[in-house]
Design a protein around this ligand. Structure first.
Ligand code: BG6
Length: 497
């Protein structure tokens, strides 16, 4: 695909994300010769930095860049760093962007970037509308001399209402097709591979429904705690931080109907339909029975004392913010009627892993009685990370007399495709936005549909009514009660056990 000459203007450029993700990703794209010939990055924020100081900070002195890239050739580093510039906005993002506009014009002339601009908002979401409005006041959203696109980071809203307000606010200044809402999980190869697994193989899709699938499980576990983000996390929690966005995106790819084509609108139309078919829980009894929240408590992990959530910096000692969420729900449509979905996400688990498990029903008529087949069900496990790949569990005969059945694995690892360079999520997503491909970005209606499902759960949890807050030892697989969610005496698949 062609990448037009363009400029990337990053608001919030002195922040963590720019140094940690954006610049290393751009550098890797530069090394892979994926950036357009005429390309400039203009970092914007309220810190007082010169171009040189900005380059030092995000390139020359950056630990992140060193970690993320293999090629540390000094000439290439300089070649890349020379494309970076910085503009200080002064005290506030809510100001006249006249000087910024001039800077953009000068850089555009000097580097021949031809008026195409991506504005990347890596600021707190409360500033999205303000920045857009000021861009508009300065005439910087005008499309008459090149396209303009806007990338916004999560969190996209705090609730359904705030997400709707945010969408309305942005739509005053940018059209929906110009807005790219980033969800970095969609940039992960294995998440995209869900579509390919389903829709380019004839062996899975015929079984992908209520007739053959007993339940669907999605686990997202992180071994880290809230790290240095206690202040942010305590206002967010697992449901907002991971479930509303990343996990419901994964769910939508599992649930959706086949799109008629692979373009952005077709795929996203089907995803919205999928999200709208999640059964919204309104009844308190239903919410009580199908949702579990918990917080990690101090414990020893690998011989080291680890703080409990309420002791973390920036966290209220009486906090009722969850670091663990497990939700059971149904999907009200033809394909999924009656199939339970179990989705959980948490910090301070024994390991970092994300996977989708499709549990198939047992054969209706059991021939090999008493042979171990009773416990045997087929599973398709899509490992999103780490050890990216696909695992199928099936029964084989144990050699010897009789018909004893044992479980065997068919296992594919992405890493076996040694020659393929797998782009990191942010690299892929940035390149897509540069090329105007929004397939892997969330559309306004998708985000709102996801909030519609999550809102009642959050409200119920915040109401305090009968809502238990469980504790789980840091480094354990969450509260035991979470197994009670699973029907028929089932239990969560804990990937490392
Ligand atoms: C972010 C969350 O969106 O995703 C973090 O805010 C979380 O809390 C991170 O750690 C996980 O991303 P990944 O790609 O490491 O699974």
């Amino acid at each position: 695909k062609k990448t037009d000459n363009q400029m990337l203007v990053i608001f919030g450029a002195s922040g963590d994300l720019t140094a940690r993700k954006l610049i290393p990703s751009l550098f890797n794209l530069y090394l892979a010769k994926q950036l357009p010939e005429n390309f400039v990055v203009l970092g914007v924020s309220r810190s007082n930095l010169s171009d040189e100081a900005f380059r030092e900070r995000v390139v020359y002195d950056s630990e992140y860049l060193k970690k993320k890239t293999k090629d540390l050739d000094q000439e290439k580093i300089k070649g890349f760093a020379d494309k970076l510039y910085y503009e200080d906005l002064g005290d506030s993002y809510d100001t006249d962007y006249g000087a910024l506009r001039k800077r953009v014009e000068t850089l555009k002339e000097k580097h021949n970037t031809s008026g195409n601009i991506i504005y990347y908002l890596s600021t707190p979401p409360t500033l999205y509308e303000t920045v857009s409005q000021n861009l508009s006041n300065a005439g910087m959203n005008a499309q008459n001399n090149g396209w303009k696109r806007l990338i916004v980071e999560k969190p996209f809203g705090y609730s359904l209402e705030t997400a709707q307000e945010l969408n309305k606010g942005l739509h005053k200044y940018f059209k929906e097709h110009q807005i790219y809402r980033i969800d970095h999980y969609l940039g992960k190869e294995t998440v995209q591979n869900l579509l390919v697994t389903r829709f380019s193989n004839s062996i899975f899709e015929p079984l992908w429904n209520r007739n053959y699938i007993q339940r669907v499980e999605v686990t997202n576990a992180e071994s880290v705690g809230v790290e240095k983000r206690g202040g942010y996390y305590d206002k967010s929690g697992a449901l907002r931080d991971m479930f509303q966005n990343h996990l419901l995106q994964i769910v939508s790819l599992v649930v959706m109907e086949p799109p008629i084509g692979a373009d952005a609108e077709e795929i996203r139309n089907e995803k919205v339909k999928a999200l709208k078919s999640l059964r919204i829980m309104t009844d308190e009894k239903e919410l009580f029975e199908n949702t579990i929240r918990a917080q990690y408590v101090a414990s020893k992990v690998d011989g080291k004392e680890v703080k409990g959530y309420r002791e973390e910096d920036g966290v209220d000692p009486d906090s009722t913010t969850e670091t663990y969420a497990a939700i059971k729900f149904y999907v009200d449509n033809w394909r999924w009627h009656g199939v339970p979905f179990y989705v959980r996400t948490a910090k301070r688990m024994p390991t970092k892993v994300t996977e989708v498990v499709i549990h198939f029903k047992k054969p209706h008529h059991q021939i090999f009685k008493g042979s171990g087949m009773q416990e045997m069900d087929n599973k398709l496990i899509i490992r999103i990370q780490p050890d990216e790949g696909i695992l199928v569990k099936f029964g084989v005969k144990v050699p010897g007399q009789g018909f004893k059945v044992e479980r065997a694995n068919l296992d594919f690892y992405y890493s076996s495709l040694v020659d393929t360079y797998v782009m990191e999520a942010y690299e892929r997503l940035l390149l897509d936005a540069m090329q105007g491909d929004a397939t892997l970005y969330a559309r306004a209606d998708e985000v709102e549909a996801a909030w519609e499902f999550v809102d009642p759960i959050l409200n119920y949890w915040q109401s305090g009514k009968d809502v238990r807050m469980y504790g789980y030892a840091a480094g354990a697989w969450g509260p035991q009660n979470a197994d009670n969610l699973i029907e028929d005496d089932g239990y969560w698949r804990n990937p490392t056990e």
